[in-house]
Structure formats: structure tokens, C-alpha cells
Design a binder for this molecule. Sequence first.
Ligand code: SAM
Length: 257
Amino acid sequence: MDNDSKSIHEFDVNLICEYFLGVERQGPGSPEVTVKALSFIDNLTGNSKIADIGCGTGGQTMILARHTPGNVTGIDFFPAFIDRFNENAASLNLQDRVHGKVGSMDNLQFGNGELDLIWSEGAIYNIGFERGLNEWKRFLKKGGYIAVSEVSWFTDERPEEIDVFWKDAYAEIDTIPAKTAQVQKAGYIPVATFVLPDNCWSEHFYPPQVPVQEAFLKKHAGNKTAEELIANQRHEEKLYAKYKDYYGYVFYIGRKI
Ligand code: SAM
């Protein structure tokens, strides 16, 4: 492994934001996977309240909203993502029931028992999987659902290079049985767990970044931080291709007891 490789969190946030504004979604996933995860959730009506935490520009939120009734609030840290989110909602005529708000996942402004569903694709790691499960639970009604996707190990053992890379990037990475046990321990019934198919990365995540990387490098020619950011993304993509038998994203769906 390149010992100088950085975690995405070490880069200038404005650069990261600008880079990811160029793509429809900011993490691995697909419309099919969002719909599949939703198929395990059976409590939604036109009065339901749903929150999508760490929604980014809302790629998955708009799919969610088009396949379910109720009101959806997207929360993200980056104002530019939320502006784009609200433009996307308006262009799909969803602005009456889909609203993006700037906020932090460690300081959510929902009331106790207010929500029917908490959604979060590829974002709970920012607060930590267990902490997010525990802290967000109070916002759910009894019988409400949580559906989160999270990077997970597929095997008990793995090559050192990828082990070191992920433990450095996200110390809470763990196996699927360990994560499922955390869902249960946090007070949810683990209703479903499924692995996201490879095309969530190889089709929906990495290829849309290729033209964005080229344009970004042109625009920021000579800017070392920008070059490092792209090098980092490319390195991560290479590691995924090499080690995808050992890790990937997994959807964890739980119902609050
Ligand atoms: N859910 C989107 C998707 O699947 O395309 C975005 C996933 S992206 C990997 C993680 C998102 O979490 C980013 O949009 C980032 O701005 C957001 N984020 C990071 N820290 C956050 C925080 N403390 N509160 C809210 N959002 C945060």
C-alpha cells in the first residue's frame, strides 16, 4: 500500500464537495438496491415521516421518494449538496414532500418518536455505525424502521494490504454477522441484511467519476491537493477491483422494538 495515501476526510472539504457535486451519487448504490431495501419496509403511508441522513445531492432520496408515500427530509452537512438536492426535488416535482436541510447527523433536530423510517446510504460511518444506530433510535416510532448501508468485511480474514487500508479509513469496519449483532444490540429486530451487487461500484459509483476526474484535474492544474484527491480516489478504485471478494457495501434493515 502507498503509505502516503490519505483518508478522504483529510482533504479540503470545499474540494471534496466540488468533486462530488459532479456525480449523481456520492457513494456506492443503485436505484434497484434502494427499491430492494424499501421492499422490506411495510409501515409507510401518505402521513409517514422519513429522514435520509447524509443524503448528499439526493440520488437515492429521489428514488426513495418516488417509490413511497410520505414526507422525506434529507439532511446533509454540505450546503452545496442540499442546494442541489432541493433543485433535484423540484425538477422531479417532488418539492411538496421532499425537503433538503443542512444539518449534522450528530445533532438531528427531530422529535422523539417522530419518524417512521430513517434511511442512510453510505453515510452512517461519519458518526460511526453503532453510535448512529443508538443515537438515532429515539427519533423513530416503536415499530419504525432503520435502513442503512455500510462497508463490511465478507470474510473473517483478508490480505494485509486491504485490512490496513480499511482499518485506517474506518476503524469500525467489521463482518456482516458482527454488524447484524450490533443492529440487534441497539434495540432493533434485524429484519434484513443483503450485500449490494458489484454493479453498485463498477457501474454506478466509479465510472461516472472518470470524466469528472479529468475535468477536475484540468480545472485545478498544478493544485497538489486536488491532484492528491484524484489520486486517492483512483487508488481506492484499484483496491476495490483487486479485493472485492473481501469487502463491499451491505444494507442493514432493522425494526425498532
Ligand atoms: N447518501 C449519499 C449517497 O449514497 O450517494 C451520500 C453518501 S456520501 C459517501 C456521505 C455523505 O455524508 C456526504 O454527502 C457527506 O456530506 C455527508 N456527511 C458527512 N458528515 C456528515 C454529518 N456529520 N452530518 C450529515 N451529513 C454528513
